[in-house]
Design a protein around this ligand. Structure first.
Ligand code: FDP
Ligand code: ZN
Length: 321
């Protein structure tokens, strides 16, 4: 079994700044995993407060945020941090070359019902080291990310890392308290039959997406279903399943959320990089996610990603209009 350390050692990257950040993510995720497994009911409650995006904050959102922030603030290579849970950016070491954007606990509305959640990270270098840290530093295009990662706390705890045009998956072995390479060189199947969308929104979305969903529901000539619908409501879990099995994830603009639900910088960009490096693509319907230049740090976007042929099929509905 190849441990995460050995994996990076074999690539001559054990001493790199990037590995030190990944190591922080690993260590943080082990703590979050332990808190989740401990099952203390006190930790699975709502804080009865809203975050700046007017969403319920769960106790575990804050625990995960504090755990990762603690590691990142002590990492001398990290200059600044953007988190879903903090309205403002957080200063790190002013000599550090790296910036990190994170969703410390994704899918938090699922916590209280024992359904998988995740942590998402976007890692990139600060472009202009001669100016003080500011929000502009985080407003980069997704294609300028150096590395992206997520942890999925599911039936097992899995870390997916994308860098150097490759995607690799590591599983946490609780006995060894270490991550081991279990999914080398991941590639999303080009074709799939899973579609993941919250159908509660079906009557307030773009007609192109509505028509695509109708297409997914068409029966074959012998009356069998051609696709299957799956929506967990945790982006990391929904994306991960589709990456492993072949499928498409869609979170469109809706009348409730005219800019979409998901955050561009710390949810969609890292997932889009993982999609890209595993041979797939992402779009908001018009523009590739990795080409979008954010205007603000907590900006939202419509998000479509998954098996290339499914994404292309959906985008062809936009061209037909
Ligand atoms: P959550 O708010 O529970 O953290 O991060 C946003 C997110 O979950 C995604 O994980 C998930 O895909 C989506 O929102 C679910 O939103 P809906 O409940 O509107 O479908
Ligand atoms: Zn999230």
């Amino acid at each position: 079994m190849i441990s995460l350390n050995t994996f990076f050692k074999n690539k001559n990257l054990l001493e790199s700044s990037l590995f030190k950040i990944i190591d922080d993510i690993c260590n943080g995720s082990k703590i979050v995993n332990e808190v989740l497994l401990n099952g203390n009911p006190e930790n699975f409650k709502s804080e009865n407060v809203k975050n700046i995006q007017n969403e319920d904050v769960q106790k575990l959102d804050l625990i995960a945020n504090n755990v990762f922030l603690e590691y990142f603030k002590n990492n001398l290579d990290i200059h600044g941090i953007l988190s879903e849970e903090n309205e403002k950016i957080i200063e790190g070491n002013s000599f550090g070359k790296y910036l990190i954007a994170m969703d410390p606990l994704d899918g938090s509305s699922n916590i209280s019902v024992n359904i998988p959640v995740g942590s998402i990270f976007s890692i990139f270098q600060k472009k202009n080291m001669s100016v003080d840290l500011c929000e502009d530093d985080f407003l980069i295009k997704g294609k300028d990310q150096e590395c992206a990662a997520y942890v999925l706390y599911g039936t097992s705890t899995i870390l997916i890392i994308a860098f150097n045009n490759e995607v690799h998956g590591f599983t946490l072995n609780l006995k060894e308290n270490d991550f081991f390479l279990t999914f080398p060189d991941l590639k999303i199947p080009k074709e799939g039959n899973i579609f993941s969308i919250n159908e509660g929104n079906i009557n307030s979305i773009d007609t192109e997406i509505f028509n695509y969903v109708e297409h997914c529901k068409e029966l074959s000539s012998d009356g069998k279903r051609t696709h299957t619908g799956r929506f967990i409501g945790s982006l990391v879990a929904d994306f991960h399943r589709n990456m492993m099995k072949g499928g498409i994830f869609i979170y469109p603009k809706t009348s409730d959320k005219p800019n979409g639900q998901l955050r561009l910088i710390y949810e969609c960009n890292p997932i889009a990089l993982i999609a890209e490096f595993s041979g797939s693509k992402s779009s908001d319907g018009n523009t590739s996610i990795l080409e979008k230049k954010p205007k603000s740090i907590h900006e939202r976007t419509a998000f479509i990603t998954g098996s290339t042929k499914m994404v292309d099929k959906l985008l062809s509905f936009y061209k037909n209009e």
